[in-house]
Design a protein around this ligand. Structure first.
Ligand SMILES: [Zn+2]
Length: 508
């Protein structure tokens, strides 16, 4: 599988933009599209949760047909335990929730949940047709075992058993349809004691945003990052043979894929071209380069079944700014042992027909996550796109002023250097100015946002009004940039999220 994940949790892409990118992805040798459509289709099972500018069923079927005509295998992704905020926040569906004051998760022990999911799965089939694969999400079910019934079951058996019984039940209609069910692998890696009872017909998507180079910690589900020399005993007992396959070698960062394959599952590795922790305007480039190269190389090993490149829209930089990662698999197909430096030359040649070292330097210079531009500073969350006016100021009050000011002063210099490099690339090359203009706009946003944040921390640089005026102009320019990339209502929600609370802080 050479897959690309289209995430419409945050974004809602218009048909033309989707078709343009499907054509590009076909050109880049992708063969599978994972469609996370969430509330982006006019569902009958849950009409209350449908987005105001959601696709009609016939519109979306047309897009899927175009995708099939381009040679893609379409995989629907429907969340069946966690990430259910878009449903459960509607009071009509609260009875399906694990908790009455938290909308993240369905209760796996409620009979009504089973019926509700089953009906919706059939509605997915009505739109997607007879698919080869059906992905039921099932990642990050963080309220597992919290209601009284679930707590009792978990006490009598385990959280792992509670989760796996739910998965084995949920996949029944999918198996009846003759499709291969898929889940994200994080929950069974976090709670692994009942793993032997998980249906082996399930394909596991093992998302891991790690890399090999210059790391001294290992990601362990349920424990975050742990130093190589401090891996807990229970982890070593279960995973040790896979973490240190050769006793003298450095640890295998992608050990979970080997572990799951050895348990008898088909496994697909999942790198990311964008994920939580990036700035909202542009990503941590080196991290994504390393992760994509290492994860895709891993996916080529004979006991694994391919890769799925995830592209999370918790950040709103468009695919134009992720293409530097999205094109990596195509390069690796032509050059299986190709290095990153060769890739950059290949990319320059393909998209710019010129040598552009300044471009890559600039991309790197705007990679640092910085206060005021990260998702958590802009308080976006999936259950509420409307942001409180005071949200940006409130977040800023939690910041450690001296450290953050020093860091901002340094990164602003780097962002300004990047801007002049991008402008140089723009002036010297007439090819692909479209892509470079996106990078220039992202860099201007980062500079102005950082100057404003610094100002709000009490470091006088410019006056509030000058920064506010520039940021208002960037808001207009960014909204224009998104014109062809986001549906109108979603676009205004996103623009509101990115700018309004920041501007409110500057006005006061
Ligand atoms: Zn429950």
């Amino acid at each position: 599988m050479n897959g690309f994940h289209i995430d419409m949790n945050g974004a809602l892409y218009p048909k033309q933009y989707l078709v343009k990118w499907l054509e590009e992805l076909a050109d880049l040798n992708y063969d599978t599209i994972l469609w996370e459509v969430e509330n982006g289709i006019q569902w009958e099972t849950c009409p209350e949760c449908v987005a105001p500018d959601a696709f009609s069923k016939s519109e979306f079927k047309e897009i899927l047909q175009i995708s099939r005509d381009l040679g893609f295998e379409n995989i629907p992704l429907f969340q069946t335990i966690g990430h259910a905020e878009y449903v459960l926040k509607n009071k009509e569906y609260l009875y399906l929730s694990e908790l009455s004051d938290n909308f993240q998760q369905y209760c796996p022990l409620k009979d009504e949940v089973k019926g509700f999911l089953n009906t919706w799965i059939h509605e997915y089939y009505e739109i997607f047709g007879d698919v080869k694969y059906f992905h039921i999400g099932a990642d990050e079910a963080y309220n597992l075992g919290e209601c009284s019934d679930c707590k009792e079951k978990a006490t009598n058996s385990s959280l792992s058993k509670l989760y796996i019984d739910h998965i084995n039940e949920t996949i029944k209609p999918i198996l009846e349809k003759g499709s291969i069910p898929i889940i994200w692998a994080d929950m069974v890696l976090h709670h692994f004691d009942a793993l032997d009872s998980l249906d082996k017909r399930i394909l596991l998507f093992d998302w891991n945003y790690g890399k090999h180079n210059k790391v001294d910690t290992l990601h362990i589900w349920g424990k975050k990052n742990v130093a190589f020399n401090n891996i807990p005993e229970e982890t070593m007992k279960e995973f040790g043979d896979y973490i240190f396959p050769d006793k003298n070698s450095t640890p295998e960062i992608f050990y979970t894929a080997d572990y799951l394959a050895n348990k008898g599952f088909q496994v697909v590795t999942c790198p990311a071209s964008s994920h939580y922790g990036d700035n909202i305007f542009a990503s941590r480039a080196q991290l994504h380069f390393d992760n994509c190269f290492d994860s895709i190389a891993k996916s080529k090993q004979s006991h694994l079944s391919g890769f799925m490149l995830t592209s999370w829209t918790v950040h709103m930089f468009p695919w134009e700014l992720q293409r530097i990662f999205i094109a990596i698999p195509s390069f690796l197909k032509e050059n299986p042992n190709g290095a990153q430096e060769e890739y950059k030359k290949w990319y320059e040649n393909k998209y710019f027909q010129a040598s552009l070292p300044s471009f890559w330097k600039a991309v790197d210079l705007i990679s640092t996550p910085v206060l005021g531009s990260r998702t958590r500073d802009t308080v976006h969350n999936k259950s509420n796109l409307k942001i409180e006016k005071e949200a940006f100021s409130t977040q800023l009050q939690k910041a450690e002023t001296t450290t953050e000011s020093t860091k901002l002063n340094q990164t602003i210099k780097e962002f300004e250097e990047a801007l002049s490099l991008f402008q140089k690339v723009r002036n010297e090359n007439s090819n692909n100015t479209y892509e470079v203009d996106h990078w220039i706009l992202a860099t201007k946003n980062l500079i102005t946002r950082s100057q404003g944040t610094l100002q709000l921390l009490g470091e006088n640089q410019k006056d509030n009004n000058t920064i506010l005026k520039t940021s208002q102009e960037l808001k207009t320019e960014t909204e224009k940039m998104y014109q062809d990339k986001l549906s109108p209502i979603r676009r205004s929600e996103i623009i509101h999220w990115i700018y309004d609370s920041f501007h409110h802080a500057l006005e006061n």
